[in-house]
Design a protein around this ligand. Structure first.
Ligand code: ISE
Length: 343
């Protein structure tokens, strides 16, 4: 039977997931939609045959017509909602962040570990979608197979054309750089030990008080170095590039996101490719693959992708990043030993 999914939060990401689950993913259907903005919930549910609105997210999780949950609500609600899913024993795909800080993310890890010890199943998947992007998956395969020799350095660029009003430099670390934190852990298979954040001269496009771009240095436990340029008001397009430099080779992804085309320019014809306008376009395929694999796993009560530990590790590194930003100093990451049930 189809997996009956509740989607909590139908802002940009949640509404996207509803459309994906209803139209592009097989084996699932959205039965419950929940959002504090009930007009939006009504509107989204109206487009999905068989979907009901359950305004209270905890009631949605407890609903007997729900087998699995997608959490796409604002981050501050994730902890309570994910813990409720664990309590009820339903698989959950939680958009990042897992919770708002490292301690509460660790509590989720422990709660899931207790469930796993009883059942042998894992329940919590965190929406680090880049892991499902075919280019990132291929890069990871290349690194893991030894195709580049010992990896030494990773260079990352993460550029957004613009960010919504209210975005702060801290939130850029937590919401944007967090993806490179996960990518670094994913590609290199080790934890991040220390973070340094540099603030070069800001673009004239940066909102008042925002340091943009940032350069973030991540040191891994194995002594590898990851540099991240995070630039969120380029005024141009969405660009995400990652290059791994190894002892025996290097590989770069994200260079050419679209078809190369010839078009008229000011001084003659210009050859170029169309850049993705935003992350929903650039990672559209990654989201589809992520959700399909999650559905396939959730139908058997489990998950297939980054888990609670990855969510916790990301939070611990971002906490160090925010401290590094404030103090201007290299900051060590404080993390508990893995313990419990391994992913
Ligand atoms: C946003 O929250 C995301 O997750 C995007 O992937 C990222 O590029 C963007 O900077 C964030 O604000």
């Amino acid at each position: 039977a189809d997996l009956r999914v509740a989607v909590l939060g139908v802002g940009l990401m949640g509404a996207d997931h509803v459309a994906r689950l209803s139209r592009r993913v097989s084996g699932a259907r959205v039965t419950v939609v929940s959002d504090a903005a009930t007009d939006r919930a009504d509107q989204v549910a109206a487009g999905v045959p068989g979907a009901r609105v359950v305004p209270d997210p905890l009631a949605a999780i407890a609903d007997p017509g729900v087998d699995a949950v997608v959490v796409a609500s604002p981050g501050r609600f994730h902890e309570e909602q994910v813990l409720a899913c664990i309590e009820r024993g339903v698989p959950v795909l939680c958009e990042k962040p897992l919770t708002m800080d490292a301690d509460s993310s660790l509590a989720v890890v422990r709660a899931e570990d207790a469930y796993t010890a009883r059942t042998g199943q894992r329940l919590v998947q965190v929406g680090f979608m880049r892991r499902f992007d075919p280019e990132y998956a291929a890069l990871r395969e290349l690194v893991a197979s030894g195709g580049l020799g010992e990896p030494l350095l990773v260079h990352c660029a993460h550029r957004n054309p613009a960010v919504p009003a209210g975005v702060t430099t801290e939130s850029v670390v937590n919401d944007s750089v967090v993806h490179e934190v996960d990518v670094a852990r994913f590609l290199l298979g080790e934890e991040i030990a220390a973070v340094t954040v540099l603030r070069p001269r800001s673009t004239r496009r940066a909102a008042e008080g925002l340091s943009d771009p940032l350069v973030v240095l991540l040191e891994t436990t194995g002594g590898r170095l990851v540099d991240v340029e995070c630039f969120v008001s380029t005024g141009l397009a969405y660009e995400v590039r990652t290059e791994v430099v190894g002892e025996d080779g290097s590989a770069l992804i994200g260079l050419d996101p679209g078809p190369v085309r010839l078009s008229a320019g000011p001084g003659g014809a210009v050859r170029g490719s169309t850049a993705a306008p935003g992350f929903r376009e650039r990672f559209g395929r990654a989201y589809d693959i992520e959700v399909q694999r999650w559905v396939d796993a959730a139908r058997h009560g489990g998950i297939d992708g980054p888990g609670a530990w990855d969510g916790y590790a990301a939070q611990a590194v971002c906490a160090a990043g925010v401290e590094a930003l404030r103090t201007g100093r290299r900051t060590e990451v404080r993390m508990e030993p893995r313990g419990g049930t391994r992913s």
